[in-house]
Write a protein that binds this ligand. Structure first.
Ligand code: ZN
Length: 408
C-alpha cells in the first residue's frame, strides 16, 4: 500500500492476523443464518516515516455504521477518566463561559457533559448517529459528521474558533490523516490548544498487545511519528503525558507552531530520546512482533484446551473489540467458550462477530457457576476482577493472557 502519511510504497509487515470480521459488527440472531464479510488484518510499517498502519479495506461509513454499539458512558472508568481530564484542563488553559471546547468523536457526550456542567460552551462532532443522538438528548450541541478539512473551513466561517480541541482514541480511526490534521490547523484558534489520546505503539510492541489491532484502527502511533505528523502541518507538540489507559496510551498537547506563548516541555524531549534510543526510526525495531504474538496465542490455546479436556466450564467477560481480535486469531468458538458476559445492553442478545459466541447479561451467573472466566479487556483487569469477586465463592479462576497467562 501507499503510506497514509508520506505516500511511499510500504510493504514491511509488522504482523499479519489473517482475515477477520469487523470487530464491532455484532451479529443478530437472524444474521447468524446469513454470510459474514471478513477482511484481511495485516499491519504494515513504513520504512520512511515509520507510521504503522493497515489498509482501509472497509468504507469508513460501514465501520462506523448506525449499528455501532460502543457507548462510552457505559464504563465508569471512562467517565471518571473524562471528569478528571475536564477538571485539569479548565484551570490549566483558563477556560470559562467565553471559551469554546470541541471534541472530535464525542460519542454520547460522555466527556463534554462535564464541560457543560461547568458552564463552558462545547460542541461535539460525532459521525455515528446512534451515539450522537444520545448526546443531543443530554443537551450537548453535536454535529453528526466526520471531521475533515472541508468541515473545518465550513465551521470556521460559521462559529467562533475553539480554544480547546480534543480527540480521544480518534486519530487511529482516521483514514485520511493528512486531511484531518490540515483541518485541525484551519479550525484551532491561534492561541488555542489541542489534546489527543491514543494507544502508544511503543507499549503495544513492548507488551505484545497485538489484540489492540483491529480494522477500525487504521494507524498506530509512536510519539516520534506524532511529533512529525503535527510538525508537517504547521503544528507543534508541546507536552506529553503517559497514561495507563488501553494498556499504555499517550496524551499529547498540541499548539500552532507560531504560538510562542506556550513553551515545549522537557517531557517531549525525554520521550523522544527514549523512543529513538529504542530504535523507533529503524525498521529492525519492528521485526519479530509476529512471533511474539504467536507465542501468546499458542500458550493460551495449550492452556485452555487442557482445561476444556478436564471438563471445565469456560466463559469470557467483556465483549470488547480487542477480545474479538484475540478470539478470532485463536480460532475460538462455542465449542470452547460457552458465552461472553457483558454489561452493555446493546450487545446483549447478540453474537460476537465471526466466533458467534453469544453475549449475555450478568444474570447468567444466577444459574451458572463457570470454572474459568477469561477477561478479554485485560486493560480493565483490576476493575473487572473486583466486579467478579463474587465468583470466588465457587472458586472460579479469572484469566488474562497478555503479556502472559495470569490466573487470578
Ligand atoms: Zn510513510
Amino acid at each position: 500500500m501507499k503510506c497514509r502519511f508520506c505516500s511511499k510504497k510500504t510493504d514491511t509487515v509488522l504482523i499479519d492476523l489473517g482475515s477477520m470480521a469487523i470487530s464491532n459488527a455484532f451479529v443478530t440472531e437472524e444474521q447468524l443464518l446469513q454470510g459474514e464479510m471478513i477482511y484481511p488484518l495485516k499491519v504494515l510499517v513504513c520504512d520512511n516515516c515509520f507510521l504503522v498502519q493497515v489498509d482501509e479495506y472497509q468504507q469508513k461509513e460501514k465501520i462506523f455504521s448506525a449499528e455501532y454499539v460502543y457507548f462510552s458512558s457505559v464504563s465508569d472508568f471512562w467517565l471518571e477518566h473524562s471528569k478528571k481530564y475536564v477538571e485539569k484542563m479548565i484551570p490549566q488553559f483558563k477556560l470559562d463561559k467565553n471559551s469554546l471546547v470541541v471534541e472530535i468523536a464525542s460519542n454520547d457526550g460522555y466527556l463534554l457533559q462535564y464541560f457543560k456542567e461547568k458552564g463552558i460552551p462545547c460542541l461535539g462532532i460525532e459521525p455515528t448517529n446512534s451515539t450522537a443522538q444520545i448526546a443531543i438528548s443530554k443537551g450537548i450541541d453535536t454535529l453528526v459528521e466526520f471531521f475533515s478539512e472541508e468541515l473545518a473551513y465550513k465551521l470556521s466561517a460559521q462559529k467562533t474558533m475553539p480554544d480547546l480541541i480534543l480527540g480521544n482514541n480518534v486519530l487511529a480511526h482516521v483514514p485520511n490523516l493528512n486531511d484531518f490534521v490540515r483541518g485541525l490547523k484551519v479550525f484551532l484558534k491561534s492561541s488555542g490548544v489541542m489534546t489527543f489520546e491514543f494507544p502508544h505503539l511503543s507499549r503495544l510492541i513492548e507488551k505484545n498487545e497485538f489484540d489492540t489491532i483491529y480494522h477500525e484502527h487504521f494507524s498506530y502511533f509512536s510519539f516520534y511519528f506524532i511529533c512529525n505528523l503535527f510538525k508537517f502541518h504547521g503544528l507543534q507538540v508541546f507536552d506529553v503525558e503517559e497514561l495507563e489507559t488501553h494498556g499504555g496510551s499517550l496524551r499529547v498537547y498540541v499548539k500552532h507552531k507560531e504560538n510562542n506563548n506556550l513553551v515545549v516541555g522537557e517531557r517531549v524531549k525525554m520521550l523522544l530520546d527514549t523512543e529513538i534510543g529504542n530504535g523507533v526510526n529503524k525498521i529492525e525495531a519492528y521485526i519479530g512482533f509476529q512471533e511474539k504474538a504467536n507465542d501468546i496465542k499458542n500458550n493460551f490455546l495449550t492452556h485452555i484446551i487442557k482445561q476444556k479436556k478436564a471438563g471445565k466450564k469456560i466463559i469470557a467477560f467483556g465483549a470488547a473489540a480487542k477480545g474479538n481480535t484475540f478470539l478470532n486469531y485463536c480460532g475460538m468458538r462455542t465449542d470452547i467458550i460457552d458465552c461472553i458476559v457483558d454489561d452493555t445492553p446493546s450487545k446483549q442478545g447478540k453474537y460476537l462477530p465471526q466466533s458467534h459466541i453469544p453475549v449475555v447479561s450478568r444474570s447468567y451467573f444466577d444459574n451458572n457457576k463457570p470454572d474459568i472466566i477469561i477477561i478479554l479487556p485485560w486493560n480493565f483487569k483490576k476493575e473487572i476482577i473486583s466486579k467478579l469477586a463474587f465468583t470466588k465463592e465457587w472458586g472460579a479462576q479469572l484469566i488474562t493472557y497478555i503479556p502472559d497467562i495470569e490466573i487470578n
